[in-house]
Design a protein around this ligand. Structure first.
Ligand code: SF4
Ligand code: SF4
Length: 150
């Protein structure tokens, strides 16, 4: 159904405003079905390793795993991201991966009609707070796409 198609770069102006404000519930940092994965491209990996003051190799060993396709993911020990601290906050927040920073403005979650039902189910911040300018939404989606290609 067209309503569920993601917002493509060439899509016309969005038909519905997107309201979102993070409540800091931390759910997106825990396992959530299909989305229990945080991928790291090499630049993101190096940035977080530098923030922690360790080398890329040690970072890989301590905090990541490789999936069956060879992609690097953050470890999810006991159903939470390895960087989720005891207060439910991200301990690498200033350098968190792009997919964390741009959530829930991911290509697969935003349609011309608004956020998908799946996104709304995953994130309680959807529908809260002010409407986001379309240009900013498109820019976050593009940033997410680019990070997946690097
Ligand atoms: S699930 Fe949504 S509201 Fe909760 S921490 Fe993540 S982005 Fe914020
Ligand atoms: S890196 Fe930070 S923001 Fe991303 S899933 Fe882990 S704890 Fe959450």
């Amino acid at each position: 159904m067209s309503e569920e198609l993601p917002l493509a770069p060439e899509s016309p102006t969005m038909k519905r405003e997107l309201r979102f404000e993070c409540t800091k519930c931390g759910r997106c940092c825990t396992t959530r079905g299909e989305y229990a994965y945080v991928y790291l491209n090499p630049a993101e990996l190096r940035r977080i390793a530098a923030y922690l003051g360790i080398g890329a190799q040690e970072f890989r060993r301590r905090y990541t795993k490789r999936d069956e396709y060879g992609w690097t993911q953050l470890s999810f020990a006991e159903e939470s991201c390895v960087f989720l601290d005891e207060r439910g906050q991200c301990s690498v927040h200033p350098v968190r991966p792009t997919q964390c920073r741009t959530f829930p403005f991911w290509p697969e979650f935003v349609t011309p009609q608004g956020f998908s039902a799946e996104a709304a189910e995953l994130c309680e911040g959807i529908g809260q707070g002010p409407a986001w300018p379309e240009a900013e939404v498109r820019s976050l989606i593009e940033e997410t796409r680019r990070s997946e290609e690097e």
